[in-house]
Ligand binder design. Structure first.
Ligand code: 1HN
Length: 367
């Protein structure tokens, strides 16, 4: 166990004790810190995350976002009516985990969130509703229920609600990672949106949303997916087919009754963003994921259904819209009470790239 101070140079006399105290005071004044007082905290035997498992209830999130819609205008300066989910272990920072930001964003009837760009990578996941177009790199992309939409870093983007109904969605970004490493660049775009049209299909989809087909004019791998929208009809169909194939006796699911798809970059087959992995899971009634631990952190949102997230042995009932966070190396397992659909995003690409990724399957149950 690498914890507790190493009993080096235990003072043998009051004089030695005084000398040692003077040495520590001089370390402090010189901005030096001896390792032997800190080893256990700096290098725990296994990850000891400050982020805590936590559940935000949609029944609480949505009405508060709606109230913000009544009281707080959206426009230049504040830029977005986005309300961050702040992990209770992270000192009041607007961070859901040490690397990830999650927020509920609310756009009222005919409101516009102005264009800007930043080095942070972003996505949106739409729990319910429709009628907002996100304009990414001058390309208007419709947002509808179940869709997963990308805004890779340094693309100008703004949003427009083209209807008379409000809409809310989940935003995910790598803000804490960029903040913690001093990597942030930000630039305002022109006032107003670069394109206010409301096409059914974005240019990105017309180019890239054809299974297995890449435009020859644009071959070559890119660090982020050029496909701006992953539509619910495709996600749903892929999951339906996995479960149908499983029922026909073929290998198709992660484990019995658990279908899953990874959103991927069609130019590499890898993750959609350099810092963020996203996938979608469907559990049949009564099915459960195998308990496991992973380094890095993940955030889940229940799309439909009801079940239990068991994190570090604590059972959290979850249902439509609830968001929960699994900190690094926490044991977790998800059990479906009725059919359960979940969206998840994680910071795994960062740690895979840095050869820090580890995962442990806990066959004997959570411990
Ligand atoms: C941002 O640009 C969006 O584009 C959402 O919708 C959340 C949080 C911090 C900084 C920029 C968006 C954001 C953000």
């Amino acid at each position: 166990m690498a914890s507790g101070p190493i009993p080096a140079a235990a003072p043998s006399s009051p004089a030695a004790e005084k000398e040692l105290a003077e040495l520590y005071a001089k370390f402090g004044a010189a901005h030096m810190i001896p390792l032997w007082t800190q080893l256990g905290e700096l290098m725990p035997d296994e990850p000891a995350p400050r982020a805590r498992p936590h559940v935000w209830r949609w029944s609480e999130l949505y009405p508060l976002a709606q109230r913000a819609g009544d009281l707080v205008p959206v426009g230049r300066g504040g830029e977005r009516r986005a309300i961050a989910l702040a992990n209770p272990g992270l000192d009041g920072m607007p961070f859901v985990t040490p690397t990830l930001w999650a927020a509920i964003q609310y756009l009222g009837p005919h409101e516009v969130a102005p264009e800007h760009r930043h080095t942070q990578n972003a996505f949106r996941f739409v729990l319910e509703g429709e009628g907002v177009w996100t304009v990414v790199n001058n390309d208007p992309v419709a947002m509808r229920r179940g869709d997963f939409l990308l805004t890779p870093g340094w693309n100008f983007h703004g949003h427009q609600n083209a209807t008379s109904e409000p809409m809310a969605w989940l935003d995910g970004l790598d803000i804490p990672f960029v903040y913690g490493n001093d990597l942030s660049f930000f630039e305002y775009g022109p006032d107003g949106l670069s394109d206010t049209s409301t096409p059914e299909r974005s240019r990105a989809e017309r180019l890239w949303a054809h299974p297995g087909l890449q435009p020859v004019a644009l071959l070559g791998s890119r660090p982020s997916s050029p496909l701006a929208a992953y539509r619910w009809e495709h996600t749903d169909r892929a999951l339906v087919e996995q479960l149908a194939l499983e029922a026909e006796g073929h290998q198709a699911t992660v484990e019995p009754g658990h279908a899953a798809v990874r959103f991927s970059n069609p130019t590499t087959g890898g993750d959609v963003l350099p810092t963020i992995r996203a996938d979608f899971h469907r559990l049949l009634p009564g099915a459960a994921t195998t308990p496991q631990r992973e380094v890095g952190s993940s955030v889940w949102q229940v799309f439909t259904g009801r079940g239990t997230a068991v994190i570090n042995g604590v059972e959290h009932p979850v249902e439509h819209g609830d968001v929960f966070v699994v900190p690094s190396w926490a044991s977790y397992e998800i059990r479906a009470e009725v059919g359960l659909d979940l969206f998840r995003f994680t910071d795994a690409p960062i740690f895979e790239a840095l050869h820090q990724y580890r995962q442990l399957t806990l066959r004997g149950g959570t411990s």
